[in-house]
Design a protein around this ligand. Structure first.
Ligand code: DGJ
Length: 375
């Protein structure tokens, strides 16, 4: 073998070692700045992930430096390895038309996208607040696209399941006539009235409120919208139609008057696990965990899944999505947001692997971790 051949073999070997080493170095750094492949800060808050044909798509709220209002829209990034994210485009841009429900300056939060096998359409649901109305509208927005990364087009927005009772409310509660004005807020009587459907009845005609939300597609392709309703006091789980564009009318209320926000869900070994937060605005609080063997319940509560320092603040984060890593049957990733309302774009992402102790999900803080740790 001549000298130049030897040299090229040596260089190829060296290059492979460098590449392998670089791949091994790939890690998640929860809470640290995370840059896209163009070197810009990833701007996809309150997000969720869609996996489609070998690529992960991360959709999230675009945030600016000064306000939480939607001035740009829903962002989309793509990745094949979950570490390196390429900015695709603004998947759902806000509109310049003042009459549009998603006009610039509205509030768009927690977008989630699912793919409908039957129609071949990608469907996005998000929490929408109409411009200038604070958080009063409590709408869900629905948008569709032929492409995973978008652009998505708004199909409709509004409240949920108007004129329909949830399947788990007793007939007696449908007839009660207690109203908000009958009580002093935050008294035990007021909470009990809420538990017994006071706000459900208030919103029966116009439709149920939908704020913090997620989507879940089950093994049988049925999809569900899970959202904080009834002034954020009660979670509701509503079944979607086969095209995922509407509701079948079948829905339940869970944990009435217990104030859960930020629902994130996954299914493992036939059990549905849900992680939520309490309601403390942008400030972190203690995560809550629930499980059920059927999506329509009965749901039961477990202790806080977080362990160790800052576990009572969910490691300074709030859940947004739980990602099942492809090819790793038992690897689910908790995705949370560390909100910074004074400079929203600086909000950080906290991604942690879900560990299992006694078959129950557990979260432990890690400064750094890799998918390889879970081979
Ligand atoms: C907490 C929610 O989880 C967020 O999505 C956002 O709506 C803030 N509240 C607004 O205060």
């Amino acid at each position: 073998m001549n000298k130049s051949k030897l040299l090229s073999l040596f260089l190829i070997g060296l290059a492979s070692i460098i590449v392998l080493h670089a791949q091994k170095q790939k890690s998640f750094y929860p809470g640290k700045l995370w840059f896209d492949t163009d070197g810009k800060i990833i701007n996809a808050h309150g997000g969720g992930i869609l996996y489609h044909k070998g690529t992960y798509y991360w959709f999230g709220e675009h945030k600016g430096e000064h306000s939480n209002d939607a001035l740009v829209g829903v962002t989309c990034y793509s990745s094949t390895n979950l570490y390196d994210w390429t900015f695709e485009q603004i998947a759902l841009p806000v509109s310049d038309d003042k009459n549009s429900s998603i006009t610039k300056g509205c509030i768009i939060e927690r977008p989630k996208v699912i793919f409908n096998e039957k129609t071949g359409k990608f469907v996005m649901y998000f929490h929408l607040e109409l411009k200038g109305q604070g958080y009063n509208a409590a709408h869900v927005g629905v948008a569709i696209s032929d492409n995973a990364a978008g652009p998505y087009v708004l199909v409709k927005n509004g409240r949920v399941n108007a004129g329909i009772w949830p399947i788990n409310i007793p007939d007696s509660q449908k007839k009660l006539n207690k109203k908000e004005s009958d009580f002093k807020s935050w008294t035990p009587e007021w909470l009990r009235a809420m538990e017994n459907g006071m706000f459900l009845r208030r919103d029966f005609k116009g439709g149920q409120m939908s704020r913090d939300m997620t989507l879940f597609v089950d093994d049988d392709s049925k999809a569900y919208h899970i959202y904080s309703s009834e002034d954020n006091a009660t979670l509701q789980i509503a079944e979607l139609t086969d095209d995922y564009l509407g509701y079948t009318g079948k829905y339940i209320r869970i944990f009435p008057a217990k104030y859960n926000e930020a629902p994130a869900i996954f299914k493992k070994d036939g059990v549905y696990w849900m992680i939520t937060s309490g309601c403390t605005g942008w400030k972190p609080n203690e995560a809550r965990m629930f499980s059920a063997s059927s999506i329509f319940g009965t749901w039961s509560q477990h202790p806080n899944p977080c362990r160790g320092e800052d576990s009572e603040l969910t490691f300074h984060s709030q859940s947004t999505y739980i990602l099942h890593v492809q090819g790793k049957e038992n690897l689910f990733v908790y995705m949370g947001d560390r909100w910074i309302p004074s400079n929203p774009i600086d909000g950080r992402y906290v991604w942690l692997p879900i560990l299992f102790e006694d078959n129950k999900p557990v979260l432990k803080w890690m400064d750094r971790w890799s998918l390889n740790d879970f081979d």
